[in-house]
Design a protein around this ligand. Structure first.
Ligand code: 13P
Ligand code: SF4
Length: 312
């Protein structure tokens, strides 16, 4: 019975992939997928990547349509960077709770209290927040972005864990917002200790969205791309991974001879998993849901994203 269901699912996926290829051609579309997407989406993407790489791809593409398989703020960033393109997302309910933890009024209030501070905003934020920002960053360039600024004071939104990690690399005063990622923040010291006792030869690699005490236990800390690259180059054969479990797709593709143990069964972002292959095909079929960002917001937000892309 189970075998029959699997066969049916495989046949459905084959047909969906066929239709996707036709639609991509018809619409002159490109598919961008974050590493936290389901395998069935990563498999058909033109580019898989972390937030930074995908923002770069969106800014550079000459396709007419971008289908952004990730969460809403990623689609929004793509639309801001490529305003003339149609940007689709497979399911508009794919939000990011961390991005929703900061609001414009609160940020304006903080700016009033610290008039000399520059606002650095993690890309995991809404277009409205980016419009109130001096420069954006992602987890892969946060340290470089902070070091590029000629100011002694920084307002950092919204991720407190990434903010505390970055603070270790700068003497600048950072006023850190209290946001966090529900998925990464759930990982505990106990989880790592337990995994280490089961896999004593494994290296621990974690995302800086994890709590500081978890980050302190890691052999390597970095964005999803940085983690994937590190594991590929490392001489170790086993890794305890402290980031979202979708990353396993690229880790195994790049390092098929190595073993990856996710540090907790809760390392799953439910928002990222809302998207699936069927919804991706339907988005291209119906050209919905489309991302719209009001031009007066987009123009200001674009400046903060472009400043980030210029940091070398
Ligand atoms: P990166 O893609 O920058 O590693 O960020 C992880 C994340 O949580 C995206 O939502
Ligand atoms: Fe947001 Fe965390 Fe999910 Fe990334 S993994 S989309 S930061 S909730």
């Amino acid at each position: 019975m189970e075998a029959l269901a699997m066969e049916h699912k495989a046949e459905q996926n084959r047909l969906l992939k066929e239709r996707l290829l036709e639609l991509k051609k018809e619409r002159n579309a490109i598919i961008l997928a974050h590493y936290y997407q389901r395998d069935e989406i990563q498999e058909v993407a033109d580019f898989r990547g972390d937030s930074f790489l995908l923002a770069q791809k969106a800014a550079e593409t000459d396709a007419d349509v971008i289908v952004f398989c990730g969460v809403h703020f990623m689609g929004e960033s793509a639309k801001i960077l490529a305003p003339d393109k149609t940007v689709l997302i497979p399911d508009e309910r794919a939000g990011c709770p961390m991005a929703d933890m900061v609001n414009v009024d609160g940020l304006r209030e903080l700016k009033k209290r610290h008039p000399n501070a520059k606002v650095v905003t993690y890309i995991n934020s809404s277009a409205e927040i980016k419009a109130e920002t001096d420069i954006c960053c992602t987890s892969s360039n946060a340290i470089k972005v902070i070091q590029s600024l000629d100011t002694d004071e920084i307002i950092w939104v919204p991720d407190k864990n990434l903010g505390q990690y970055v603070q270790k690399f700068t003497d600048k005063k950072m006023i850190i917002w209290e946001g966090y990622c529900n998925t990464h923040d759930m990982l505990t010291v106990k989880d790592i200790e337990e995994m280490r006792s089961q896999h004593p030869n494994a290296e621990v690699v974690v995302h800086p969205e994890c709590r500081p005490e978890v980050v302190a236990m890691a052999d390597f800390v970095g964005s999803t791309t940085a983690i994937i690259d590190y594991c590929k180059k490392s001489d170790s054969k086993e890794f305890i991974v402290g980031t979202e479990d979708g990353t396993g797709y690229q880790l195994e593709l790049d390092s098929p001879d190595k073993k990856f143990y996710f540090a907790s069964k809760y390392l799953v972002c439910p928002n990222m998993k809302v998207n699936n292959l069927k919804k991706l095909v339907r988005a291209l079929e119906t050209m919905q849901p489309q991302i719209y960002v009001p031009p007066h917001i987009a123009d200001k937000a674009r400046a903060s994203l472009l400043r980030m892309l210029e940091v070398k």
